[in-house]
Design a protein around this ligand. Structure first.
Ligand code: WAQ
Ligand code: MG
Ligand code: MG
Ligand code: MG
Length: 255
């Protein structure tokens, strides 16, 4: 039996009562790993660099294994940029390469830059017009029910490449699920952890990391999923939030 384990933590009360988002996490695991995963999630919420959570919600739910789909890890490229300005320009260029209209790429970037604080989830933005498509306000759409098929194997592959940290590991799993979503053209992301300045642009073409997408110390991060016009948003959100996905590491990535 496999289980989805999800955590969301906030400060100043629950998210739905106006609390500030501190941390979230989503994993898939067997029964024997649940207690350790839940304990690690509590520790993470209580020791987060965004602040100490006073609301922590952990949900454990069995998932139907027949329903799980597998998607491949995206190939990873690190783009050496000297500073935040160059990082954002390179990220916009990569979004355009992935098929986002230039004005929409700029508007998606502007939407992240306009946030007063981090959302819990992602914004859906039209890849043609740049208009926001979801109506979830500051909650956003939270991608859930995903993990690596073999988390220890993924860690080993990444550490051989000097990429072994939790941010990269979790972002690669999320980006693989999102890139495989029906109607998603590309994703733009940077972390809301004040000490973590890196971000990425991902699409089916790959995961392009930029070491600087926000200034050191900023607690504002976020995600934009650029969506093909005319996509079925209800089906897309259902996939993002509920479809269990396990991410496989292709042979060539593990060499
Ligand atoms: N679903 C949708 N949006 C999410 C999710 C999720 N499961 N998790 C986080 N977000 C959104 C939310 O708005 C957060 O404020 C924002 O993304 C940043 O989340 O290659 O650590 O977990 O070096 O802080 C990217 C670079 C790290 C990694 C991203 O994001 C690398 C990161 P964080
Ligand atoms: Mg988080
Ligand atoms: Mg995260
Ligand atoms: Mg964070």
């Amino acid at each position: 039996m496999l289980y989805s384990v999800r955590m969301r933590a906030a400060q100043g009360g629950a998210h739905e009562a106006g609390g500030r988002h501190i941390s979230g996490a989503e994993r898939i695991a067997g029964a024997g790993d649940l207690a350790a995963l839940a304990a690690a999630m509590v520790t993470r919420a209580l020791s987060h660099s965004r602040g100490r959570a006073d609301f922590i919600n952990i949900t454990v739910e069995a998932i139907n294994e027949e329903n799980v789909c597998r998607v491949p890890l995206l190939p990873v490229t690190t783009v050496a940029v000297p500073d935040v300005h160059a990082g954002r320009e390179a990220a916009v260029a990569q979004l355009i390469k992935a098929g986002v209209a230039p004005a929409a790429a700029r508007q998606g970037l502007a939407a992240l830059l306009g946030l007063a604080d981090s959302m819990r989830g992602a914004m859906l933005v039209c890849a043609e017009s740049g208009r926001r498509l979801d109506n979830t306000a500051m909650r956003g759409v939270r991608v859930s029910r995903m993990d690596a098929v073999d988390p220890a194997g993924l860690t080993a592959v990444l550490s051989r490449r000097g990429l072994d940290n939790a941010h990269v590991r979790e972002a690669l799993v999320l980006a693989a699920k999102v890139a495989a979503a029906p109607g998603v053209v590309a994703e733009l992301c940077w972390s809301d952890d004040p000490e973590y300045t890196a971000g990425y642009v991902a699409s089916k073409d790959g995961y392009y990391r930029f070491p600087y997408l926000k200034p050191y110390g900023s607690p504002v991060g976020g995600r934009v999923f650029f969506v093909t016009p005319g996509s079925d948003l209800t089906a897309l959100i259902e996939y993002l939030e509920r479809q269990p996905v396990l991410v496989t590491v292709p042979e060539e990535a593990s060499e």
